[in-house]
Design a protein around this ligand. Structure first.
Ligand SMILES: [Zn+2]
Length: 276
């Protein structure tokens, strides 16, 4: 996936002026939505801030991934910004955040969002890529580093698909991370196939390649969910399953966040959960 096609250059900010979390979110959403009408910009900021108040989107290691679903957008758009001094995002590791990706997507593009966010996490997971972006000091360089990171992720994925049994190649966050990544891909290609007028054979072939890597138990459950109607994979945010909007008991929510061996499902609607 070419991550950078979702990141317009006007929304790449090598030096944020803002020094607080809300100001950062404002500066980034203004850059991302420049040219859009004022009421939309205000509504977006409100949504992003209220999502952020539920639970911090800081991942640790100086990275935060705020996001919101926004009706009226055509596709996912993302701003990427660096705060040289760092901003307090109430991160779990209590460290300051230096690199922020703000993602906005329409409700119909949830599978694109899941793929994008897992692509970003993977691209940054490799080596010191996040640090390189923070030090780049230049919008074009920042985009190049992100693109190179995503390229390597795709290469690793392709190698794994070629080997069929090579799920280890993808396994940087434990099995659950790898399966979530594969499920997000299945969901994306599944949606593309449903809406495709041509190129169906190629999409089916890719789907089969990915299916060969997903464990049988997960695949069976996935197929049942897909039959019931998409989506089968939804985000889990602030303790709430975004598929059925039910807030799960806090013990269950904690278990889902800590899960590394298998993909968690919602105790209410049984969809696969992608903790964000
Ligand atoms: Zn649910």
């Amino acid at each position: 996936m070419d991550l950078t096609k979702h990141v317009p250059k006007r929304a790449v900010l090598p030096k944020l002026k803002a020094t607080t979390k809300v100001e950062v979110l404002r500066e980034m959403s203004e850059a991302l939505l420049s040219g859009k009408n004022k009421s939309l910009r205000g509504a977006v900021l409100e949504q992003v801030v209220s999502r952020e108040s539920l639970e911090s989107t800081a991942l640790g290691h100086g990275i935060a991934l705020p996001h919101a679903r926004v009706a009226g957008l055509d596709d996912l758009i993302c701003a990427m910004a660096v705060s040289p001094k760092g901003v307090d995002f109430r991160a779990v590791d209590q460290g300051k955040v230096h690199l922020v990706f703000l993602m906005l997507y329409p409700p119909s593009k949830q599978s694109v969002y899941l793929n994008f966010v897992s692509g970003v996490v993977r691209a940054l997971h490799e080596s010191d890529r996040a640090e390189e972006i923070v030090e780049a000091d230049d919008a074009v360089k920042m985009l190049d580093i992100l693109k190179a990171g995503a390229g390597e992720t795709i290469a690793a994925e392709t190698a794994a698909l070629g080997k069929k049994a090579g799920i280890e190649v993808l396994d940087v966050d434990g099995i659950a991370g790898a399966e979530l990544f594969l499920l997000a891909r299945l969901e994306l290609y599944g949606d593309m196939l449903d809406g495709a007028k041509k190129g169906k054979t190629e999409l089916k072939r890719r789907l089969e390649d990915i299916r060969a890597l997903v464990s049988r138990r997960v695949l069976q459950h996935y197929d049942r969910l897909r039959k019931r109607g998409s989506p089968a994979l939804v985000t889990f945010e602030g303790g709430v399953c975004q598929g059925c909007s039910v807030k799960l008991p806090s013990q269950q929510a904690q278990r889902i966040r800590k899960e590394t061996k298998t993909v968690a499902t919602c105790g209410h609607c049984h969809r696969f959960l992608y903790p964000i």
